[in-house]
Every structure is written in structure tokens, then in C-alpha cells.
Design a protein around this ligand. Structure first.
Ligand code: RNT
Ligand code: ZN
Length: 417
């Protein structure tokens, strides 16, 4: 049966429970997802030669990673052709692009070092988000914004301030607010002698950073917490309560990375609470697996539940969705495409739920029917709607996109020795 015929059947079936599939598709296509540039090169960046640091790790070495800005941009362009809609690119400060013979340390970065990215975004109808890079640097040895050494702290404060200027530049050039997310790897391997003092330094550093004059409509500053990282197992300075309180008091955004909580703690359950107290919420959608917080996003229960919460709270405009994973053991483009398409599938799945009916069943305490309906909905012909959407958007339907990735690997990636 053709994609169209399947779609017509699905459309009728959804219409019976009051769902307009055409409207769901239209809504989905308006939602931009921020694609993280760092899956393309294992978080290497272009400004340092050293290893990745900061308690995060990209393991294995699948051939073909992007080594230059040109390669990374080509890979992003290629990946996005396999994903419906138009999106955003999430950059890190370490992806600054210098002219031949030029280099600037992190605290000296300027908008001009990111002009090539702006040109790239304009050419591809993309918007940009940004992140200070407080890791993979000689001065990022364990502690950055919370470093007891005032000179090291000051260096990182200058870096983040520089990033605010760059974010402002992105927002102005591309006419879209830029999310600037602050994550620092700061923590201790073993039992701290004093937990408070480092948090006090971090708080002071953030206060100093936010004292710069910037346009809050253009730059959306967010803070991202974590529970632990490799080598910083015992204590994380920027914990969840630290940042949630900091963000609430200082009118910045919280960014919740769903790989950064205890295994039975779910970000899907946090979204509604956050939305009752904040105008906007930022997410890093990822997949935690044991010690790692950064596996490729699957179409799994939690990804679907995150999407359902966003949709149920009618918050597609208030929740900024970015992806965050880095898998160096598989084709990196495939990793991007799987993650992007899964995030979109999860949102579409959510948009095809009879939200009002489910609320009504709960409000009237019809819990048996609520359970029954939610389970039956899992077998609705969601895939037919997804396939139709892909076809309409001229992106490959089903697994056929992988053939293109294989060809690109053969023609392009395999030549990168
Ligand atoms: C690390 C955080 C952070 C990074 C990126 C590279 O645990 O999730 O968001 O993954 O900034
Ligand atoms: Zn993250």
C-alpha cells in the first residue's frame, strides 16, 4: 500500500478520537530542534589540540569524523537533508573558526570568530544556539567558574561574558533569540572537605557574568546541572538544587539534561513543575546508560513522555529542545539523524494523543479507562502519519535514508584518513 493510502486510513482512525492529523503535522513542522554540532567530531572543537576533558567522554573511533569546519558543516548539511523541517544548530565556543595563523584564547573570543557559522546558518535557513566551553582547556583542570584560584575563575568569567556577546551577535544576525547554556564540569572525585565554599565561588562567578548589560530578549541564558561525571563522582558544584534556585532568583532559564539525574528520576515528570514557575524551559534530550549521560536518543518511553509533557502542557513555544549526545562508535551522521528523527517522532506521537480526553478521564477519576485508552493509543497507526510527513517534506521515508548515509560514508567519510 502506498504511503498516501496508509495515511488516509490513519487519518480516519485518528479523526474518530477527535485528532486532526494534518494539524498535528503542521504543528510539528513549526517546532525547531537544536542539533548539537559536537556529535560530528566527538566534542573535539577547533581551538585546542588536547583531549576531551570535563568528566565527559566519547568512546571508540568510528572512521570519518569531521576534522575541519568545512567537513563539519558539510556533514551537518547532509544530515539535515534526511530530517523533516528546518532547525537550529547548537554550537560550542570551542568551534570558533580562526583565519590562517590566527588564534584566540577562550576569554578573547569575538563574534568575528563565528562569522563563518552565521554565513552557514543563513545559507541553510538555520538559527543558532551557543555554549561557553569550560572544558578541554589547560585552565579547566577540574574546576572552572568555582575554582579557588581567583585568576582562573576570572578567566572563565571573561570567557562566559565573551560568549554572551557572541550569542547576541547570533540573535541579531539570524533574527532569533539565542539560547546560551552554561554547563561547567566542576566537581570532586572524592569526599569534599567543604561543599559550600565551591558553590559560593560558582554563585559569585555567575553573578559577575550576569552583571554585563545584555538584551534578555535576544540572549536566553540557561544553567545546566549534573549529578556526576567521570572523575568527579563524589560531588558536583552545579547540582540541580543549586541551579534551580539560582535560575529562579536571577531570572534565567534552567536547562534540564535528562542524562543528568538519578536513574529513577525522570525529566518528563519535572517539566510541568518547571513550567508553573518559569516562562521558558530548556532541555538537552539525550539517553543515560549507567555511567554515561550521552547515548543517542531513541524512540523510547522517556523520550515519548518528555514530548507528551511538552504537548500536554501546551508548551511547544516555551520549551527549547536541544539534543545532546556523542557516540563515536557508529557513523556520526547516522547518530544525528536517528536522534533528530526520534525527537520529531516523539513530538508527533504526542500531538496525536487525545489530550483533553485523557485529562477528563483523570479529572473524573475514570482510571481504568484512562489506563486502557493510553495503552490502546500505543497501537494507533502513528507510523503512517510519520511516513506521510516525510514524503510530503521530501525526506526519505522509513529506513531508506540509511542508504544515503552509506553512500556518503563511501564517497566522503572514508576519504578522511
Ligand atoms: C555534559 C553536559 C553538556 C555537554 C555539552 C557538550 O554532561 O551534558 O551539555 O554534553 O555541553
Ligand atoms: Zn547536556
Amino acid at each position: 500500500m502506498s504511503v498516501d493510502v496508509c495515511y488516509q486510513e490513519a487519518k480516519e482512525k485518528y479523526a474518530k478520537i477527535g485528532i486532526d492529523t494534518d494539524a498535528a503535522i503542521e504543528t510539528l513542522l513549526k517546532k525547531k530542534i537544536s542539533l548539537h554540532c559536537w556529535q560530528g567530531d566527538d566534542v573535539a572543537g577547533f581551538d585546542q589540540k588536547g583531549a576531551l576533558s570535563g568528566g565527559i567522554q566519547a568512546t571508540r573511533n568510528y572512521p570519518g569524523k569531521a576534522r575541519t569546519p568545512e567537513e563539519l558543516m558539510a556533514d551537518i548539511e547532509f544530515a539535515l537533508k534526511l530530517v523533516p523541517g528546518t532547525h537550529r544548530i547548537n554550537l560550542h565556543a570551542s568551534y570558533a573558526i580562526f583565519k590562517e595563523g590566527e588564534w584566540a584564547d577562550r576569554d578573547q573570543l569575538k563574534p568575528e570568530h563565528f562569522k563563518a557559522w552565521v554565513d552557514f546558518a543563513k545559507k541553510n535557513n538555520l538559527k543558532l544556539d551557543f555554549n561557553p566551553t569550560c572544558f578541554s582547556h589547560p585552565l579547566a583542570d577540574g574546576l572552572t567558574l568555582s575554582n579557588p584560584d581567583p585568576a582562573i575563575r576570572a578567566f572563565w568569567v571573561r570567557h562566559v561574558k565573551a560568549c554572551i556577546r557572541i550569542s547576541e551577535y547570533f540573535a541579531e544576525e539570524l533574527d532569533s533569540p539565542c539560547l546560551m547554556n552554561i554547563w561547567v564540569p566542576d566537581g570532586l572525585k572524592d569526599v569534599p572537605g567543604d561543599r559550600m565554599v565551591l558553590r559560593k565561588y560558582l554563585k559569585e562567578s555567575l553573578d559577575d557574568i550576569l552583571s554585563v548589560d545584555y538584551d534578555k530578549e535576544k540572549v536566553l541564558v540557561a544553567v545546566e546541572s549534573k549529578v556526576f561525571g567521570i572523575g568527579v563522582e563524589s560531588y558536583t558544584v552545579g547540582s540541580h538544587e543549586f541551579y534551580m534556585n539560582y535560575a529562579a532568583k536571577n531570572d534565567v532559564l534552567c536547562l534540564l539534561d535528562n542524562g543528568h539525574y538519578h536513574p529513577t528520576e525522570l525529566v518528563s515528570d519535572k517539566i510541568s513543575s518547571m513550567l508553573l514557575f518559569y516562562d521558558k524551559l530548556a532541555l538537552h534530550v539525550t539517553r543515560g546508560v549507567r555511567w554515561d549521560s550521552d547515548h543517542v536518543v531513541l524512540f523510547d518511553d522517556e523520550t515519548r513522555e518528555i514530548a507528551r509533557e511538552i504537548v500536554r502542557c501546551d508548551a511547544l513555544d516555551r520549551v527549547l529542545i536541544g539534543l545532546d549526545f556523542f557516540d563515536a562508535s557508529i557513523n556520526r551522521i547516522s547518530a544525528w539523524v536517528v536522534g533528530m528523527r526520534n525527537m520529531q517522532k516523539a513530538l508527533l506521537f504526542a500531538l496525536l494523543q487525545p489530550t483533553k480526553r485523557l485529562t477528563e478521564l483523570q479529572e473524573t477519576k475514570q482510571y481504568s479507562e484512562l489506563m486502557m485508552l493510553q495503552e490502546e493509543l500505543k497501537c494507533y497507526p502513528f507510523a503512517a502519519v510519520w511516513d506521510y510527513l516525510c514524503e510530503q517534506q521530501n525526506v526519505p521515508v522509513g529506513e531508506s535514508w540509511f542508504e544515503e548515509v552509506k553512500q556518503y560514508e563511501k564517497d566522503v567519510l572514508s576519504t578522511r584518513k
